[in-house]
Write a protein that binds this ligand. Structure first.
Ligand code: BJW
Length: 248
């Protein structure tokens, strides 16, 4: 296997997925014991699922809020925060995770592609998303105060990107702008702890390759889009990243 060498001139883009938080105790989606086992994905992570059974969806995300409050970042999260400190604007982290562990480890600029567990928004009006870590009882689902003030009723929903929903365009634009800058330098693309099954995140490697990036996959097993990477390191991110990401 080739050695990864990151020097001060490199531009590094990192995409993370559920696997990076596995060693912190958060189950992945598609592994054994994965989050979807008790709930079919479309029941809890789609707009249709929310319309059909908002209580089930809020129970699912409330349980995840409660569990995420108890966990801490692991050495993989810390290694990425250190690399950002060293590379500054030459580094960008985009995560599919909603747990906030990268920020807790010290990462400053984090693109949360699939939203965050720690905000809610109205399912109907244009009130901006707001901080919310409440655990909701299924008999007492949260309503929107802004709609209520107009004499209307609408449920709050988690500020999460569900299946079939568009990702925020400002996030995709920020990734594209970084790629555009990085292509003129030594460009390293890394995907860490992600099965490569969910688009558009899974397609970023193809874009990066087309712009001349050196692409690396760091995962506990081969990924669905694994063939797109020039280099693969099979292992646990918390064990692999601290030495792999050390500057040369
Ligand atoms: C370790 C490790 C350790 C373990 N160290 N590694 C047909 C109909 C409708 C839509 C589509 C369709 N076909 C395709 C689509 C598009 C769809 C999609 O991709 N679907 C596929 C499932 C087929 N995507 C979307 O809908 C997206 N929007 C979109 O495309 O808009 C345009 C559009 C609209 C309408 C139609 C078509 C296009 C939105 C995607 C939103 C994803 N949301 C979720 C849930 C919400 C967040 C939450 O509740 O947490 O996000 S799905 C779920 O998967 C979650 C994750 O972020 C995401 C990715 O999963 P991830 O992170 O890769 O986790 P795992 O578990 O899959 O993998 C973990 C890996 O880690 C494993 O490989 C382990 O081996 C490894 N690992 N321990 C290193 N210690």
């Amino acid at each position: 296997m080739r050695r990864l060498s990151i020097d001060k001139r490199a531009h590094v883009f990192v995409l993370t997925g559920a696997g990076i938080s596995a060693e912190s105790g958060i189950p992945t989606f598609r592994g054994s014991g994965g989050l979807w086992e008790n709930h079919p994905v479309e029941q809890v992570a789609s707009p249709q699922g929310f319309i059909q059974d908002p209580a089930l969806v809020w129970r699912f995300y409330s349980e995840r809020r409660a569990a995420a409050k108890l966990v801490k970042p692991n050495p993989g999260h810390f290694a990425l925060a250190r690399l950002e400190e060293e590379l500054g604007e030459q580094f960008l982290l985009a995560t599919q995770n909603i747990d906030g562990l990268h920020q807790m480890a010290g990462s400053r600029k984090v693109i949360e592609m699939h939203g965050t567990l720690w905000k809610s928004r109205c399912s109907r009006c244009d009130r901006p998303p707001f901080a919310d870590d409440a655990i909701y009882d299924s008999k007492n689902l949260p309503g929107c105060a802004q709609c209520q003030s107009r004499g209307e009723f609408a449920l709050l929903r988690p500020h999460i990107v569900w299946f079939g929903e568009m990702l925020a365009s400002e996030n995709l634009d920020a990734i594209e702008a970084f790629f555009e800058r990085a292509r003129h330098h030594r460009f390293i693309f890394m995907a860490i702890g992600t099965s490569g099954r969910v688009s558009p995140a899974s397609l970023l490697v193809d874009k990066a390759n087309a712009l001349g990036a050196d692409s690396w996959l760091i995962n506990a097993e081969e990924a669905t889009n694994g063939g797109a990477f020039e280099n693969t390191v099979i292992g646990k991110s918390g064990e692999v990243l601290p030495s792999l990401l050390a500057l040369t």
